[in-house]
Design a protein around this ligand. Structure first.
Ligand SMILES: [Zn+2]
Length: 417
């Protein structure tokens, strides 16, 4: 399953205001600058950048043109980020930061986009620099705390957040993040750490070394296998994995006791059951592979796709649609009341009881299995990318699969009914 990762503070960036100044002097550069201002005010940021670049080469107040160019890059970055294109967006934030090195805003912006791209080292570098440029900038401190948290440096994260909450106790959402990090820190305090090529794994000291080695092998294998299933998709390292016993998992995540594992920006999985027995290795493999699929899906989408796509993919690629599940599905489609896909789009797993959760997973599995095997992975990847760029699911399905929701539901029902 997945828990929605706490949102990154893009609201701050949407509030960017630009001051694009016109200059008064009579040269070609001035005309370029003023054409840039006009384009900017019409929201044509790319054109504005072109004009300001030309103005910069000529005889005109370099500070004014640089500031204008900086704003245009930031605004274009902001616009691209809203469409989900963080890779392009971060380039513009970087350009803006180079043009105006004493301005913390483009540094914070670049830091936020690197976080979205899961490039934690770069995010931390930018955000630390923003604080050097302007100490006390609360958004930068808060976001830096979040970057440390993602990087599993919980005590540094708390130090940043302590400071922010001291300055502004009513900071929205921060208290929730803070409490979550504190809860995790108290459970994971004495955990050991192991770093493989792609994963950084934290584990309780009582896990036998042999089991730990097996788990790391499973993860490294998932990296290769699932990456290949998606045609060569490999998220940046390190990917954080935290292993627990059943009690620790419950304490750290506060999820219902039937939850097998989860991904909330970090893979979290118990290795033992409630009675303290180590889980069978095949079960551990299934759960970790399932969660790893979520990592890859998030990397492709940039965000989270609808629940049934995300869970359906995780199921399809981590286990076979076996006889037990086929029987469950036949019963569901012949006698039961399958949920509408639209309903499964908005379902948050916490709202269903255990049996309903099981059926919802089976249904998501059946639906994605059908799309994946019948139409291939390329279409699925396009679907994830389109949804990541903000396209509505109905529209994406129609465009990519030439199907409506009811059409797909009928196909699945025919297969099992
Ligand atoms: Zn899942």
């Amino acid at each position: 399953m997945t828990l929605k990762p706490l949102p990154i503070l893009l609201a701050f960036l949407a509030a960017l205001t630009a001051t694009v100044a016109a200059v008064a002097a009579d040269t070609a550069s001035v005309e370029f600058n003023n054409a840039g201002v006009q384009a900017y005010n019409k929201g044509e940021f790319e054109a504005a950048i072109g004009y300001f670049d030309k103005a910069k080469a000529g005889n005109v107040d370099p500070n004014v043109v640089k500031r204008n160019l900086c704003n245009a890059h930031q605004s274009l970055g902001n616009e691209l980020a809203k469409k989900g294109d963080y890779r392009e967006a971060v380039g513009h934030a970087e350009s803006a930061a180079t043009l105006d090195p004493v301005n913390p805003s483009p540094l914070v912006q670049a830091g936020a986009y690197y976080l979205r791209l899961d490039e934690l080292n770069r995010a931390i570098e930018k955000l630390e620099k923003a604080i050097t440029v302007k100490p006390g900038e609360l958004t930068a401190h808060e976001m830096l705390g979040y970057a440390y948290y993602r990087d599993n440096d919980l005590s540094s994260a708390r130090a940043q957040w302590d400071y922010v909450l001291e300055m502004d106790p009513k900071r929205p959402e921060l208290k929730e993040r803070y409490d979550k990090a504190f809860r995790e820190q108290s459970v994971e305090n004495d955990f050991g750490r192991y770093k493989s090529r792609h994963f950084q794994v934290s584990y309780p000291p009582e896990i036998p070394a042999a089991l730990r080695t097996q788990v790391i092998g499973i993860l490294d294998r998932a990296f290769i296998d699932i990456g290949r299933e998606f045609g060569g998709v490999y998220p940046p390292s390190p990917i954080y994995v935290i292993l627990y016993d059943a009690k620790q998992f419950g304490e750290a995540t506060k999820t219902a006791d039937y939850v097998g594992a989860l991904y909330d920006g970090k893979i979290r999985a118990p290795l033992a059951d409630g009675a303290g027995n180590w889980l069978p290795i095949d079960e551990i493999r299934r759960r970790l592979t399932h969660e790893y699929v979520h990592v890859v899906v998030k990397h492709i989408t940039g965000d989270e796709p609808p629940w049934w796509v995300n869970e359906g993919l995780a199921e399809t690629l981590s286990r076979t649609l076996d006889q037990d599940r086929i029987k469950t599905l036949q019963k569901l489609y012949r006698e039961g009341a399958p949920l509408s896909l639209k309903g499964l789009e908005t379902t948050r797993i916490g709202k269903l009881d255990k049996d309903a959760v099981g059926l919802a997973y089976a249904q998501a599995h059946a639906t994605v299995d059908l799309l994946w095997t019948r139409y291939g992975r390329a279409k699925m990847i396009t679907l994830l990318q389109s949804v990541g760029k903000g396209q509505k699911m109905d529209d994406a399905l129609r465009e990519i699969y030439r199907k409506t929701y009811p059409g797909i539901e009928k196909d699945v029902a025919t297969t099992y009914g």
